[in-house]
Design a binder for this molecule. Structure first.
Ligand code: ADP
Length: 255
């Protein structure tokens, strides 16, 4: 396997497979799809009988062409969409039974970097990063301190008072990462996090997600950028809502 990406947390090169080798004990599925289907209005089948277990601490890439079902899979995990059939469990929660009371508890375990979760331009970067804490009733002073720490983790401590529109695309995506990790989630879901970024900014963003994974956070990242898949531990290839192939460190097997 080729290890080409380095961790932003330190200057040494870190192999993406490291978390797996040191954590073979982390074998429990934290996310489990069993024959899950998702249909949208108009008889559109976005996912079809999809089965997939994601273990605690894994870093998984979802690959596939536009329309393959990657975003839908992430939205089901986040509870933004509901399965039409089959069984989905996320951190022990049966997603068929999730409701207004249980969803906020689940969301506290999730860090979302989704395409529809844009930064708000009517408030500064710090306020954007504080949002997940404020909505769960955190004290605003403590939220500000934690948001500042999260911005430091993504190398943007000096941009706290800037408006998002004043930042580059890569910096805005790093603010999104800070907002996703400010409440210390167990799982990060990222939908095409490097879309529209140049190669260097995209690599920085992906390296940051890999660094959080190295710290124990389960990461599920969708991409159609084949360059990002090099060195990944497990790649799930989707096509027309089905798992077509699974590729894990050095091996490839049909689904
Ligand atoms: P990807 O993320 O791989 O591009 P999506 O999950 O966004 O794929 O889409 C899978 C399929 O579901 C596509 O055919 C898409 O047009 C359809 N789809 C996605 N979201 C909706 C929706 N809200 N309503 C109707 N169809 C949708």
């Amino acid at each position: 396997m080729i290890c080409s990406l380095s961790s932003p947390a330190n200057s040494s090169t870190r192999c993406w497979a490291e978390p797996y080798r040191i954590s073979e004990r982390r074998l429990m599925a934290i996310i489990s799809f069993s024959h899950v289907s998702k249909k949208y209005a108009g008889d559109i089948t976005a996912l079809s009988e999809l089965s997939l277990d994601i273990r605690e601490g894994e870093l998984i890439f979802l690959a596939g062409a536009s329309g393959a079902g990657k975003s839908t899979l992430l939205k089901l995990i986040a509870g933004i969409e509901r399965p039409s059939g089959g069984m989905l469990q996320v951190s022990g929660q049966d997603m068929r039974k999730v409701n207004r009371t249980t969803l906020p508890f689940l969301r506290r375990k999730l860090g979302l970097i989704l395409q529809q979760h844009r930064l708000l331009n009517d408030r500064n970067v710090l306020a954007n990063v504080m949002m997940p804490l404020i909505v769960t009733g955190a004290d605003s002073r403590e939220a500000a301190q934690r948001a500042q720490v999260a911005l430091e983790r993504v190398g943007l401590a000096d941009k706290a008072s800037a408006l998002p529109m004043m930042l580059s695309g890569g910096e805005q995506q790093r603010v999104s990462i800070a907002r996703a990790i400010v409440h210390k989630p167990r799982i990060i879901l990222a939908d095409e996090p490097t879309a529209n970024l140049d190669r260097d900014s995209g690599k920085l963003v992906t390296d940051m997600l890999a660094a959080f994974n190295a710290a124990g956070v389960t990461c599920v990242i969708s991409t159609h950028d084949e360059r990002l898949l090099q060195g990944a531990d497990r790649v799930v290839h989707l096509s027309h809502g089905r798992v077509m192939a699974m590729q894990s460190a050095g091996s490839e097997v049909g689904a």
